[in-house]
Write a protein that binds this ligand. Structure first.
Ligand code: FMN
Length: 355
């Protein structure tokens, strides 16, 4: 963590309502990355080395991406790119605009380095998002769109909701993540069942062209269910999987842990890695996995990659450690590759499985 961040920013953020702090951080990044001078400053302070890789037929300057939910409305894409992320996932976006759940709906536990959120897909809806994306400069790094289901849409019509968002926003992004794993839209996770998932994937594929479509899963599923989702998604031609979303389980009974919603950060780390390993073993390491959940340093990142993740993402550790975590993770991975005598990231993927 940057010393400046831990001394100056973190104590203030700790006093502030979590969502307000989040909005200010995004605004700050947007403003800083607006000018050439600001971007130069961000590069000097934060930009990591290149750790190149190729997945989904795309080139990544490094395997670390911004996880969904941090920049729901794609407001600071240039900022994330300048900070040195290898790719960005914006959203979740639903067909219809919605406010999400009543506030407060985002909670921090510094004791656990964890967040609990029950945002409920607050987002501008696919038509406004498409208009916004059409006016933005497209980042030079791969851009994925996280797609959810509107609360007003029934489970029977869910596939139409997902498909509409992909149809409208599709031209402006490089790939799609079907989110059937948020715990904060009633019954959404039921859509992880085979027939429902298949219907959604097929409807999305009518509009996705040859861009990769991935499925994002929950960590709270049984192993059998996970394998079944993998088989369904893979057989229908999905490009890979994002593992995992937030968990509804809790590490202990401290008061903050009684808040409803999805838990992310350190307590999610080992379960997320377990799910990644399960999927990598089930697919013999032949199907790309984006690993996400509790990554806060290069050791955590290495563990995800060594167990089968081709790419990785972070959300919570950005909140607790600031933007310097990007450089820490990517430069640490670079050092790790070199110390093990590996020449590229590809050689590290699944290395703990003996791939
Ligand atoms: C406030 C908040 C909002 C989120 N919104 C979304 C979302 O819209 N779609 C999604 O797929 N995941 C969402 N996530 C989950 C993250 O993308 C990620 O899977 C999870 O936080 C685990 O990563 P982490 O431990 O690095 O935070 C959200 C997480 C947080 C904390």
């Amino acid at each position: 963590m940057g010393l400046g961040y831990s001394l100056l920013v973190r104590p203030f953020l700790a006093l502030m309502d979590s969502e307000k702090a989040h909005r200010r951080a995004i605004l700050g990044l947007r403003i800083t990355s607006f000018t050439v001078f600001g971007r130069m400053l961000l590069r000097v302070l934060y930009r990591p080395r290149n750790v190149e890789s190729e997945t989904f037929g795309m080139n990544f300057s490094n395997p670390l991406g911004l996880a969904a939910g941090m920049d729901k409305k794609a407001e600071a894409m240039r900022g994330w790119e300048t900070l040195g992320f290898g790719f960005i996932e914006v959203g979740g976006i639903t067909e219809h605009e919605q406010d999400g759940n009543p506030k407060p709906r985002m909670f921090r536990s510094s004791k656990h380095d964890a967040l609990i959120n029950r945002m409920g897909f607050n987002n501008p809806g696919s038509a406004k998002m498409a208009l916004h994306l059409s006016k933005c400069r497209k980042p030079s790094i791969p851009l994925f769109l996280n797609v959810g289901k509107s609360k007003v849409t029934s489970l029977e019509d869910a596939h139409l909701d997902y498909a509409k968002t992909v149809e409208l926003c599709g031209p402006y992004v490089d790939g799609f993540v079907i989110n059937v794993s948020s715990p904060n839209t009633p019954n959404l996770r039921e859509l992880q069942k085979d027939e429902d998932l298949a219907r959604i994937i097929e409807a999305v594929q009518e509009h996705s062209g040859d861009k990769p479509v991935l499925v994002k899963i929950a960590p709270d599923l049984e192993d059998m269910q996970i394998k079944s989702i993998v088989d369904t998604s893979r057989s229908l031609g999905c490009a890979g999987i994002v593992a995992t979303n937030t968990t509804i389980s809790r590490p202990d009974e401290s008061p903050i842990m009684s808040e409803n919603g999805g838990l992310s950060g350190r307590p999610l780390k080992s379960r997320s890695t377990e799910v990644i390993r399960l999927i990598a073993d089930h697919t013999d390491g032949n199907w790309p996995i984006i690993g996400v959940g509790g990554i806060a340093n290069s050791e955590d990142a290495w563990e995800k990659i060594a167990n089968g993740a081709s790419l990785i993402q972070i959300y919570s550790s950005m909140v607790f450690n600031g933007a310097s975590v990007i450089k820490d993770i990517v430069n640490g991975l670079d050092r790790k590759l070199k110390s093990k005598g590996l020449t590229n990231l590809h050689e590290a993927i699944g290395i703990a499985r003996g791939d």
